[in-house]
Design a protein around this ligand. Structure first.
Ligand code: HEC
Length: 93
C-alpha cells in the first residue's frame, strides 16, 4: 500500500516541478538590470559588509526588493534573478 501511494504521488511531483524551467542567470541579469538599478548598483552584493549570509536570505531579499522596484515577478523570474545574483556575486552553495 505504501508503495502504491508513492507510485501515485511521484508523477504529480514531477509534473509540478516541471512547470518552471531551471533558473537562468542570463535572463535574471536582464530582469535585474531592468528593475533593480534604481536604488543601489551591484556593489551592494559584493561589499565587505554585505547583509546576505545565506541563499534563503537572498531569496527573501530579492522578493522584498521587488515591491519598491515595482517589478511584478513570478516564481520563475525570482528564481532567475536569485540565480544571477548568486552565481555572479554571492556564491552560496
Ligand atoms: C526602492 C529602492 C530599492 C530598489 C528599487 C531595489 N532595492 Fe535592493 N535594497 C534596497 C536597500 C535600501 C537595501 C539595503 C541596503 C543596505 O543595507 O545598505 C537593499 C539591499 C538589497 C540586497 C542585499 C544586499 C546585501 O547587503 O547583501 C539585495 C540582494 C537586493 N537589494 C536586491 C534587489 C533586487 C533584486 C532589486 C530589484 C527587484 C532591488 N534590490 C531593488 C533598496 C532597493
Amino acid at each position: 500500500m505504501k508503495f502504491l501511494k508513492s507510485a501515485l504521488l511521484l508523477p504529480i511531483c514531477i509534473l509540478s516541478t516541471s512547470v518552471y524551467a531551471a533558473p537562468d542567470a542570463q535572463r535574471g541579469k536582464v530582469l535585474h538590470d531592468q528593475s533593480c538599478a534604481g536604488c543601489h548598483d551591484t556593489k551592494v552584493y559584493s561589499r565587505p559588509q554585505k547583509r546576505m549570509q545565506s541563499l534563503a536570505a537572498l531569496q527573501g531579499q530579492v522578493k522584498r526588493c521587488t515591491q519598491p522596484a515595482g517589478a511584478e515577478w513570478d516564481q520563475q523570474d525570482l528564481a532567475d534573478v536569485v540565480e544571477y545574483l548568486n552565481s555572479s556575486f554571492y556564491q552560496f552553495k
